[in-house]
Design a binder for this molecule. Structure first.
Ligand SMILES: *Cc1c(COP(=O)(O)O)cnc(C)c1O
Length: 392
């Protein structure tokens, strides 16, 4: 019988256990692979691992910067007592930037309209805004195009001259970064170098030039510049399967069996009876479903770990429940069910789940629902020598 975390008897039916020691290990491992400073990307609630616990852990492990997408995430960090540098990069032009400028959050500007909005916010806050100008070097998503870039640089220089902003960074984001020698990476690097040269010729003097994500951190040292933005690697997923660097998966997603039953051969299971037992079998009911982040798309492929074995999810994933066909295993109510873990014992990993669902680990992590409890295993003191214990 296992006990899941949760206070006062209201224990959740499923929980994500986050090993902060693994996250600290990953930071040390990644820092050892670059001469640049690290920015840990903690957007989307720390990729589902918990914004503040992850932020405090990575900072204690030596990261210099945190990255988020929204003003709300940035201000949540400040409200949680995080004083470290934070870059926030996804905004509408007409947002009120005054509170984030006042909170010393660095802001990305992807267009002249964004930059005007930030400068106006800085004026209202009475604080100079620290800005990272974003150039689109080929992802064709956020950032100024080559055509818009010279005007963005001119406008930034004018706002600098009147003390509204300072351009601390120039940055971009890669479309690939995942396979060695990808000509698209080379093309993006060339466009980035050109944009940087134009910015400097236009009088800007950014201290922080940054381009690389996790995959580029591991495999493309020529993209590292001053700062590297690491997301998925922080959470222990190898960003380049061909080039593993010894990261440790931080999250284990677990639940427990809440009902078992013995059924005859030929029994149809779950909506539509997509799955029919081939022989007499034991079914285990597990109280997690797509509302908890178990994708419907994994039906017919996914396995969970019960009593040291991988057992198939039988039939459709429903909103709140899955049925597992455990065959003749003596499974009982209360038995632990691992959906994914580090994989050390043979249990499925988040990479397996991403494969079954036809997605990436990022989407599995960020899809974990609000009903799932979060529990944190602390950074272990002996591995964190000379540093304070992390309180979360
Ligand atoms: C999410 C994000 C990252 C992190 O990407 P990973 O591939 O997870 O390392 C880096 N930079 C930007 C702009 C992002 O949006």
């Amino acid at each position: 019988m296992i006990k899941l975390g949760g206070a006062g008897g209201l224990r959740p039916l499923a929980e994500a256990v986050v090993d902060l020691d693994a996250i600290a290990h990953n930071i040390r491992t990644l820092a050892g692979r670059t001469g640049a400073e690290l920015l840990a990307v903690v957007k989307a609630d720390g990729f589902g691992h918990g914004l503040l616990p992850v932020a405090r852990t990575v900072l204690a492990a030596g990261v210099g910067w945190l990255g988020v997408t929204s003003r709300a995430e940035a201000l949540t960090l400040r409200a949680g007592g995080v004083e470290a540098p934070v870059l926030s990069w996804l905004h509408a032009e007409d947002e009120d930037f005054a509170p984030v400028v006042a909170a010393r959050i660095d802001l990305s500007a992807a267009s002249s309209a964004h930059l005007r909005g930030i400068a106006a916010g800085a004026a209202r806050a009475g604080v100079r805004a620290e800005v990272h100008l974003k150039v689109d070097t080929g992802l064709s998503r956020n950032g100024a195009t080559d055509d818009e870039w010279p005007e963005l640089v001119r406008l930034a220089r004018r706002f600098e001259a009147v003390g509204r902003i300072r351009v601390r960074g120039v940055w971009s984001h890669l479309a690939g970064g995942e396979s060695p020698g990808d000509p698209r990476d080379t093309a993006q690097l060339r466009r980035f170098d050109r944009a940087l040269a134009l910015a400097r010729a236009g009088g800007l003097a950014p201290d922080l030039v940054h381009l690389a994500n996790s995959a580029a951190l591991v495999g493309l040292p020529e993209t590292h510049f001053d700062l590297v933005r690491a997301g998925i690697a922080v959470y222990g997923v190898e960003p380049r399967p061909d080039l593993t660097v010894g990261l440790r998966p931080a999250m284990t997603l677990r639940s427990r069996v809440i009902l078992t039953k013995r059924v005859a051969a030929g029994t149809g299971i779950s909506y539509g009876h997509d799955y029919v037992t081939a022989a007499p079998s034991t079914l285990a009911l597990v109280p997690v479903g797509y509302a908890d982040g178990v994708p419907r798309a994994v039906a017919g492929a996914a396995e969970v770990w019960i009593q040291g074995r991988r057992c198939p999810i039988a039939g459709r994933v429903t909103m709140d429940q899955i049925v597992v066909d455990v065959g003749d295993l003596p499974v009982r109510t209360g038995d632990e069910v691992l959906l994914f873990g580090p994989g050390d014992r043979g249990e499925p990993t988040v990479v397996d789940w991403a494969g079954w669902a036809g997605t990436n680990p990022h989407e599995i992590f960020t899809g974990i629902g609000a009903r799932v409890g979060r529990r944190y295993l602390p950074v272990r003191a002996e591995r964190n020598s000379g540093r304070e214990r992390v309180h979360v």
